[in-house]
Design a protein around this ligand. Structure first.
Ligand code: PMP
Length: 447
């Protein structure tokens, strides 16, 4: 048996039954650079999982490594609780520089525990403290993390203080219709819930949404819906929390995904890419919400100097090199090419996304529109009348991708959406290689 197999076997025997990625991706990464990961068995993979959307610049980007080395070589303390340091000063300056216009000028930054879910907790607590209210409006299909408060506002949970509203997916829209009409209905639903005394929903402390749902299966919110949600919340003084943990730092083709709609939220929850591959999470919010008492929200690990240095380098590199625009262009290319698969393969129900956040919905092909058809009208019909999710087929696509040296993720309510989150630094040739391997994998599954 090889060392690679030994490690896999030992870890699967010793680790929690809750472990996730390791099950579908039996790889033992030992080296990585850019889009590429190398396993202990010497195999190389194109990594379109990117640390669940964390690695905006891919693995071990030179500017990130250089920034980390500089801190290490400087003799600066690595642990400083939440004290001010030159490293934190540089990070805060760079972060504020990237924030949407109209937001940065009146923003406060709160450093949170290391993960996205910690920042979600802080945001929920912040709006409850600031408004003196307790309810939260959240959406179907949402994912905000795995701690208790974050779970309450995520898709499957049911908490009496959380009113769940339908998120306007294009595909399998809860209203049975997608796009702008679904958005309009969703907005009206929200208004009636808030304004009808008999709805049982009292004025909430906040509304939390993802501009593009990631774990929920890559569901981009229509811009018109985002603007309606902003109007609805603004008119009632309900703080709007944008969870940009996954969509931030250029991923969707704008530096922050709220910029697509021009919506300025009251609170932004940021993590993943802002730490340049190391753990870092912050909440940024309008300064008049900053009514915390000192110590009202604390934590030991809010000052990760290496993560802040790596994050500063990442934010600056994305900004200076126009990588959001690049993600926009590459995303359009990928969506166009992958879109042709919908007409070709009956088990591909939909291809959607924004920038380099792309989802391929895998559905039951049986009974799908008779024989395979190149007819785009047929593909449109399939989009309009969705078929049941096919998690086993989606898992087969993921397996076939892995066999071809391509790492993809599964998401969505039934883990039936194949997700692509390549780094924004992916080259044109690498993009072609990813698309080729994916098409090969899908063809193999179709056989
Ligand atoms: N919010 C969103 C939108 C996310 O995608 C995630 C993680 N996938 C989280 C919050 C939670 O972040 P973490 O896993 O770092 O706790």
């Amino acid at each position: 048996r090889t060392a690679h197999e030994d490690i896999l076997r030992r870890q699967s025997a010793r680790e929690s039954a809750a472990r996730t990625y390791a099950r579908a991706l039996p790889i033992v990464p030992v080296r990585a650079r850019g889009l590429t990961i190398e396993g202990a068995d010497g195999r190389r993979y194109l990594d379109c999982l990117s640390g669940a959307g964390t690695l905006a610049l891919g693995h071990n980007h030179p500017v990130v490594l250089e920034a980390i080395r500089k801190v290490l070589d400087s003799g600066a303390p690595l642990h400083v609780l939440d004290m001010a340091t030159p490293v934190k000063d540089a990070f805060t300056t760079e972060l504020l520089r990237t924030l949407p216009p109209g937001f940065a000028d009146h923003a406060r930054v709160q450093f949170c525990g290391p993960a996205g879910t910690d920042a979600v907790e802080a945001a929920l607590k912040l709006v409850r403290v600031a408004t003196g209210r307790s309810g939260i409006l959240a959406f179907t299909g949402a994912y905000h993390g795995m701690t208790t408060g974050a779970l309450e506002v995520s898709g499957g949970a049911t908490d009496v203080r959380v009113a769940r509203l339908p998120y306007p997916q294009d595909y399998r829209c809860p209203f049975g219709i997608g796009g702008e009409r679904g958005a309009e209905l969703g907005a009206r639903w929200t208004e009636s819930l808030l304004d009808d005394a008999k709805s049982g929903v009292s004025l909430p402390a906040g509304m939390i949404l993802e501009p593009v749902q990631g774990e929920g299966g890559v569901n981009p919110a229509p811009d018109a819906w985002m603007r309606r949600m902003r109007k609805i919340t603004e008119a009632r003084s309900i703080p709007l929390i944008a969870d940009e943990v996954q969509t931030g730092v250029g991923r969707t083709g704008r530096f922050w995904a709220v910029e697509h709609s021009g919506v300025v939220p009251d609170v932004m929850v940021l993590s993943k890419a802002i730490g340049g591959s190391l753990p870092l999470a912050v909440v940024v919010y309008r300064d008049d919400l900053d009514v915390w008492q000192p110590g009202a929200h604390a934590g030991t690990f809010r000052g990760n100097q290496l993560a802040m240095a790596a994050g500063t380098a990442t934010l600056a590199h994305v900004r200076e090199n126009g990588l959001a625009e690049r993600a926009d262009a590459l995303g359009t290319r990928m969506l166009t090419q992958l879109g042709s698969l919908v007409a070709e393969f009956p088990f591909i129900g939909d291809v959607r996304g924004r920038g380099l956040m792309i989802g391929i919905e895998i559905v039951e092909a049986d009974g799908a529109n008779g024989p395979m058809s190149q007819d785009s009208a047929t593909a449109d019909a399939r989009r309009a009348s969705p078929l049941p999710a096919a998690p086993a087929l989606a898992a087969a696509v993921q397996r076939e991708c892995l066999r071809r040296g391509l790492i993809v993720e599964l998401g969505g309510r039934h883990a039936s959406v194949v997700r692509l989150l390549p780094p924004l630094t992916i080259t044109d040739e690498q993009t072609s290689a990813v698309l080729d391997r994916l098409a090969d994998a899908v063809t193999a599954v179709a056989r």
